[in-house]
Design a protein around this ligand. Structure first.
Ligand code: MLT
Length: 272
């Protein structure tokens, strides 16, 4: 049976997370505008060997956020509070998309904690001017009451345009999850992403291993741009999934879990 906890206080009024299993720790950070349930099937498998911690980022799922000036660094700080609460001093940090931006910020602030970083359909670059402009238009739409059309338009794009093997129920489920996020928090996340710094230079000479999981048909983050990142770090695990969009943990759960386990095993057993 799944175990959930809520941490109150600190800088966030309420932080909700799922925790399963025992052993070396893996932290799973979801993307925008989702919550920890995207990892449900992966957690069932990973928790047989590992302690898995999957938070709802502040403002997502059952975690609250009243801070309009949310940043990826503040989200990283929230994750550190959860790890402190779980007496977890070392973990592989896995970030999906926006969760990857938080993972990089986390590693910047708490380098001693990360045993490895897995970037799942995510990038280290900052938003381009064009991307910032797109986000500002979306913020405008959401602020004018357009949360529902915004969410209904974005969720199907998480999957490939052609050869999408994901059943319609998954779109319905993820749309419902996204609609649970308040308009204010959707805007806060977009502003946090607009403001996040470029962390590409952190990849050079980093002594922490990186894993890059890439969907060849990802409509949100181009295959080529992520692949280029994977040449920058010293130790790389690169997994490219064919006929996969932005959601490998759902589209190809078994393969995703097997690949992540390979990476995590390496991170905890390597001689530094
Ligand atoms: C996500 O999946 O977390 C977002 O699409 C990331 C982004 O918009 O940059």
């Amino acid at each position: 049976m799944a175990t959930y906890k809520t941490l109150n206080g600190v800088d966030f009024s309420s932080l909700h997370y799922r925790i399963e299993g025992k052993g070396d720790a893996i932290v799973l950070l979801h993307g925008f505008p989702l919550d920890n349930t995207i990892w449900d099937d992966a957690i069932t498998a990973l928790s047989k060997q590992y302690k898995v911690i999957a938070p709802d980022l502040p403002g997502s799922g059952k975690s609250t956020n009243e801070d309009a000036d949310l940043t990826v660094e503040k989200m990283a700080k929230a994750i550190s509070e959860i790890l402190k609460n779980e007496s977890t001093e070392r973990a592989v940090i896995v970030g999906h998309s926006m969760g990857g931006y938080v993972a990089l910020a986390f590693h910047d602030i708490y380098p001693e904690i990360s045993a490895g970083i897995a970037m799942v359909h995510s990038l280290a670059t900052a938003d381009s001017d064009e991307k910032k402009e797109q986000r500002r238009k979306a913020i405008d739409l959401i602020n004018k009451g357009g949360k529902e059309p915004f969410v209904k338009q974005m969720i199907p794009n998480l999957f490939p345009k052609v050869n999408n093997k994901v059943p319609p129920e998954v779109i319905i489920w993820l749309t419902a999850v996204a609609l649970e996020t308040s308009a204010d928090n959707l805007v806060a996340f977009y502003n946090a992403m607009i403001m996040r710094p470029d962390r590409t230079s952190n990849l050079y000479n980093s002594n922490v291993p990186y894993c890059w999981m890439i969907g060849r048909d990802d409509q949100i983050m181009s295959y080529n741009s992520i692949l280029q990142h994977s040449t920058l770090t010293n130790v790389n695990f690169v997994y490219v999934y064919d006929e996969c969009g932005h959601m490998s943990m759902i589209e190809y759960t078994d393969t995703f879990v097997r690949d992540l386990e390979d990476f995590v095993r390496y991170c905890f057993n390597r001689v530094e």
